[in-house]
Write a protein that binds this ligand. Structure first.
Ligand code: NDP
Length: 378
């Protein structure tokens, strides 16, 4: 990689952006604390709901490294798994709950935040149960499989007076935060042409019966719901969190009908923004791909492959590569969200953002279904 120019104004802004991305979270002056903000001396207790792959290999290990929160409970369909987690992570066995008994978390002082990591189609049920138990909620992406479910989650959290955030780890990752800053400060002018893709090759032996990601009810859709949400996020980030006015879309070919009997194998879509900016995007279960590029009049920024995975993403601009600290995405997100809560600051990944993205996804599916341009209502 080339060494970035050190003295350019963008380098300085980049440094400040780096600060704003990571260190500012640490340095930010404490504003008024929310009424329900816990004392700072206490690490917030997190209960993970659904002990599958993401909980086991990313979130659980991250919660051993976090400074502001720690794992204090789980919700699982497997009592044996729950017992193992309680032993491995050192929390009491009474903090192992079943999906039907989430209400029993109410009044449990060990648990402040419930992090829902179940299949997409179950997020609403589990987030609502967590809110009713009086716990702050982190919901994995996509927030739900319909805008109606997003509204139900938001309503339940508002009624309970708890905070709702979406597990958008990349907002807490320095390269993506720098990309957001370049957009916000229009370092190269407003981004007007974007393109990006995200996907992986789905196992050929998987079916809707063996993998919830291929089951329309549990997944809500195919790669658009799972991987495309990241590209939607990046496009909105490039437009300073604006939603597109309208979308057009087309489903890709089905090359393995035995695998893709319920959800799409791939999909392409175009997002049209109010200022004339356009984003051409793709999500796929047919190939491994992960990138995003944004072009403005006076330069460009590119999140290199793998732009959206857990590895350190590489950000390159028309001025050269951008070097920023490598972080563990999940640690940065969990500590970032805990800190926002403790400081009484609004989250940078609130439930409303998750709802916006599901509204965009719904419009993309409608456009791919009818072949027409569909207005996005957020
Ligand atoms: P897994 O299939 O690996 O795990 C899901 C877990 O949910 C299961 O192990 C099970 O846990 C629980 N579960 C409850 N009901 C069901 C059901 N009917 N069918 C299947 N599982 C059920 O999925 P992932 O961990 O990969 O994904 C979970 C969520 O996390 C998804 O929303 C996904 O989009 C999101 N995710 C986000 C990532 C990110 O980078 N932000 C990365 C990966 C996933 P138990 O046995 O304990 O009951």
């Amino acid at each position: 990689m080339k060494t970035p120019r050190s003295a350019s104004p963008v380098s300085r802004r980049r440094f400040l952006g780096q600060l704003s991305a990571a260190a500012a979270l640490l340095l930010a002056p404490r504003r008024g604390r929310a009424l329900d903000a816990p004392p700072l001396s206490k690490k917030l207790g997190v209960a993970l709901v659904g002990l599958g792959s993401y909980s086991t290999y990313q979130l659980g290990p991250a919660l051993r490294l976090t400074k502001r929160c720690r794992l204090t409970g789980v919700v699982t369909g497997s009592r044996a798994k729950g017992r193992n987690w309680s032993r491995d992570y050192g929390f009491p066995e009474k903090n192992v709950f079943g999906y039907a008994t989430m209400g029993e978390m109410a009044g449990n002082p060990d648990i402040d935040i419930v992090y829902v990591v179940t299949p997409n189609g179950l997020h609403a049920e589990h987030c609502i149960a967590a809110a009713k138990a009086g716990k702050h909620v982190i919901c994995e992406k996509p927030m739900a499989t319909s805008v109606a479910d997003c509204d139900a989650i938001i309503g339940a959290c508002r009624s309970a007076g708890v905070r709702l955030t979406v597990g958008y780890r990349l907002h807490y990752e320095p390269h993506h935060a720098e990309f957001a800053r370049l957009a916000r400060e229009k370092a190269f002018g407003p981004f007007m042409r974007m393109d990006g893709a995200n996907g992986f090759e789905m196992d050929s032996s998987a079916t809707a019966k063996t993998s919830w990601r291929l089951d329309k009810t549990l997944a809500g859709g195919g790669p658009l719901m799972d991987m495309g949400v990241y590209v939607v996020q990046a496009a909105c980030m490039a437009k300073v969190e604006a939603a597109p006015d309208a979308v057009t879309a087309r489903f890709g070919p089905v090359t393995r009908p035995e695998v893709f009997s319920e959800v799409e194998e791939s999909i392409g879509w175009t997002m049209e923004f109010a200022d004339g900016a356009v984003a051409d995007c793709r999500a796929t279960y047919a190939e491994s791909v992960s990138n995003f590029r944004a072009q403005a009049d006076h330069g460009w920024a590119r999140l290199e492959d793998p732009a959206f995975y857990y590895e350190e993403p590489l950000l390159t601009t028309s001025l050269g590569p951008v070097r920023l600290p490598k972080v563990n995405h999940q640690v940065a997100q969990l500590d970032g969200m805990a800190m926002e809560l403790q400081d009484g600051r609004p989250s940078i990944a609130p439930g409303e953002m998750g709802r916006r993205d599901v509204a965009i996804v719904e419009a993309i599916y409608a456009a791919a279904g009818n072949g027409r341009r569909v207005e996005v209502r957020v």
